[in-house]
Design a protein around this ligand. Structure first.
Ligand SMILES: NC(=O)c1ccc[n+]([C@@H]2O[C@H](COP(=O)([O-])OP(=O)(O)OC[C@H]3O[C@@H](n4cnc5c(N)ncnc54)[C@H](O)[C@@H]3O)[C@@H](O)[C@H]2O)c1
Length: 259
């Protein structure tokens, strides 16, 4: 990687779900690349821990306890971040929840819950960020979709629905705002070893958990969450021009499209 290209000095990056897993890895990396990082989290103590770790390492971060499902809360939080740090340049939407179930084993309550966090939460944070990016006529949004958005994963009815919506919201926002200098992309990882996956494995296949992960990591080293940082970073730097050829999980990029 050309390290000088991946500097984010004078950028303010908001990372939802930055208290754990992929969001935490992104928050730590972007701060080390020079960005001021604002972590939006439901889990306040996790967000505080990540922000404290970042500042202890000599970089800039703050933690905000916030629920992505609540639009007013998100708009107020983003307005505050923009006021304190001179705008918002980057948004990475990592807050998300999983759900196991087929069409007839997913309750209406569970469907609504997954929709509210994964779909409405992504909408709320993009909405809260876009006014600030429009003001500067530039910005980069990166949403976390999933391989579930394009592959029929068994037993993931509501989750797949939500990640399909993340892909289509991404395409729509990318097309609508590219003329204002705002890029919107999503990435669609396969399984990444984070607390999100640990919780699922513990609930569903505890006895096979260890063997399952060892086998998976042997075949896919990018399955560890700390190996997932390069792609988000590439999507959020200022001057991406050429498609990056990466092995492994599916990648969606609007970077070089003519929209
Ligand atoms: N881990 C994987 O295998 C995998 C694969 C593909 C996509 N993804 C997606 O990547 C994203 C991050 O996954 P992860 O594995 O790092 O998960 P994780 O559980 O480790 O982290 C998700 C974070 O989101 C926060 N969060 C949940 N609901 C929230 C809410 N309402 N408001 C604010 N914060 C909230 C949680 O507190 C948690 O810290 C998710 O959107 C997930 O769907 C993960």
């Amino acid at each position: 990687m050309n390290n000088s290209l991946f500097r984010l000095e004078k950028k303010t990056a908001v990372v939802t779900g930055g208290g754990s897993g992929i969001g935490r890895a992104v928050a730590e990396l972007f701060a080390s690349q020079g960005a001021t990082v604002a972590i939006i989290e439901l889990n306040q103590s996790a967000a505080d821990d990540v922000a404290e770790g970042i500042t202890a390492a000599g970089y800039n971060a703050e933690a905000l306890a916030c629920n992505v499902t609540l639009q007013n809360e998100m708009i107020n939080a983003f307005n505050g971040i923009a006021e304190r740090h001179g705008g918002i340049d980057i948004l990475v939407n990592c807050a998300g929840i999983a759900h196991i179930g087929k069409l007839d084993t997913t309750s209406e309550q569970d469907f609504d819950k997954v929709y509210n966090v994964n779909v409405k939460g992504t909408y709320n944070s993009m909405l809260a960020a876009i006014a600030h990016m429009k003001k500067k006529q530039k910005g980069a949004i990166l949403n976390l979709a999933s391989i579930a958005s394009s592959v029929g994963l068994p037993d993931r009815f509501a989750y797949s629905m939500s990640k399909g919506a993340v892909v289509t919201m991404t395409l729509s926002v990318a097309r609508d705002y590219i003329k204002e200098g705002i890029r919107c992309n999503c990435i669609s990882p396969a399984r990444v070893h984070t607390p999100f996956v640990d919780g699922f494995l513990k609930r569903t296949i505890p006895a096979r958990k260890k063997r399952c992960l060892i086998n998976y990591q042997r075949h896919n080293p990018s399955a560890e969450w700390h190996n997932q940082k390069r792609l988000p970073s590439w999507h959020c730097i200022s001057v991406p021009r050429k498609p990056l050829s990466l092995p492994g999980p599916t990648t969606r990029s609007m970077e070089d499209s003519s929209v």
